[in-house]
Design a binder for this molecule. Structure first.
Ligand code: APR
Length: 230
């Protein structure tokens, strides 16, 4: 399972780090259904800005190492809290995206329309595109296909993630502060089911005391080293 820390070395801000997004921006103004109802333009502006950063970023050696692990370890499952799509750009497949994906938009009224927004990030097309809010064929606004605070996660995704946690022999938690549930519960489920929990992080987290192995350092350095020793 990965968190924002694995994308930090690709130049994407984490949420709670020194220059983390939640230190600069208010989650309640930008990442809740209420915020979107109040000011969809502001919310979209912020997500377009993040799309701009992510669109210019490249997967790093940490993402690549996990893509390699997937081809070498049978039964490998990759669960991410990240919405940046960098795992897929590094070659990972069947990524379980617990918190959605910033490159998709879905109908805010709940009809099933989901639209791919890749290639529409700011600077990618004629100016002014990014100011127009996406509208669904049902006439409703579209919203970023991400999980906001106070919202529940997709049931299928969660089931797959919990099953993988229960069945694994080794649970690798890389670049997550292990503060946001239900994701933060996954390594604990794995540990209770007898798996070796390995934490890869530059810092201590609430997961550290529960980890059987703690690798302190940067994901883009430690994950390739781990992969190369397998
Ligand atoms: N290598 C490894 N770990 C790193 C690195 C790095 N280069 N840089 C930072 N970290 C660690 C930090 O020490 C921290 O523990 O990554 C973690 C990032 O934590 P958060 O910013 O809280 O990100 P994350 O755990 O993914 O947040 C969970 O919260 O805001 C919501 O939906 C959002 O998915 C997100 C969720």
């Amino acid at each position: 399972m990965t968190g924002a820390g694995i994308s930090a070395e690709s130049g994407i801000p984490t949420f709670r780090g020194t220059d983390g997004l939640w230190r600069t921006f208010s989650a309640t103004d930008l990442a809740t259904p209420e915020a979107f109802a109040r000011d969809p333009g502001l919310v979209w502006q912020w997500y377009r800005w993040r799309q701009g950063i992510i669109g210019r970023a490249q997967p790093n050696a940490g993402h690549v190492a996990l893509a390699h692990l997937q081809t070498r370890v049978s039964g490998f499952a990759l669960v991410t809290q990240n919405v940046d799509g960098l795992h897929q750009r590094a070659g990972s497949t069947h990524v379980i995206e617990l918190h959605g994906n910033i490159w998709r938009a879905r109908c805010a009224r709940g009809c099933d329309l989901v639209r791919d927004m890749a290639g529409t990030e700011p600077g990618s097309g004629p100016s002014g595109d990014e100011d127009t809010l996406p509208v669904c064929s049902c006439g409703s606004l579209m919203r970023p296909d991400v999980v906001w605070f106070g919202e529940s996660l997709d049931g299928d995704c969660l089931d797959h993630a919990f099953k993988a946690a229960q069945d694994c022999d080794v649970f690798l938690a890389a670049g997550t502060s292990a503060l946001v549930y239900p994701a933060a519960g996954l390594p604990l489920v794995a540990g209770r089911a007898g798996a070796l929990v390995v934490e890869v992080n530059v810092d201590d987290t609430p997961l550290t005391p529960h980890a059987g192995l703690v690798l302190r350092g940067k994901a883009a350095e430690l994950l390739p080293a781990l992969e190369s020793r397998l």
